[in-house]
Unconditional design. Sequence first.
Length: 123
Amino acid sequence: MTEDERFRTNHDRIRNRAALIDILTPILRARSPWFWLQRLQDAGVPSARFASFTQFQNDVHYRENAMVVDMDAPTGGTLSVAGAPWEFSDFDVPIVRGPRPGEHSDEYRAGRWTCDTLPRAGA
């Protein structure tokens, strides 16, 4: 494939994506994802293990680093949600729930909300 003009540059590969997918799909499907992950890591390609949402949601690393956090659901129970994708040394990033459908409709329709009066996270 390295000699195939259709795939020489990234632009070429994008332009010929359908053909590239047709060629690579049976090759990639012939081995497990773990095989390919090991090959990528052995070659020094940044890569990580595959995870279902359930695995991601319950992974100790993601939990300890607040990449997944639990919050109370407005209808009861808890929800696992994505944490903040950044971290600050002097500031905690609050994770707050969004409004329920219609929760602020009356205020909006009455014109009591402007850009200066919208509720802010942590306020």
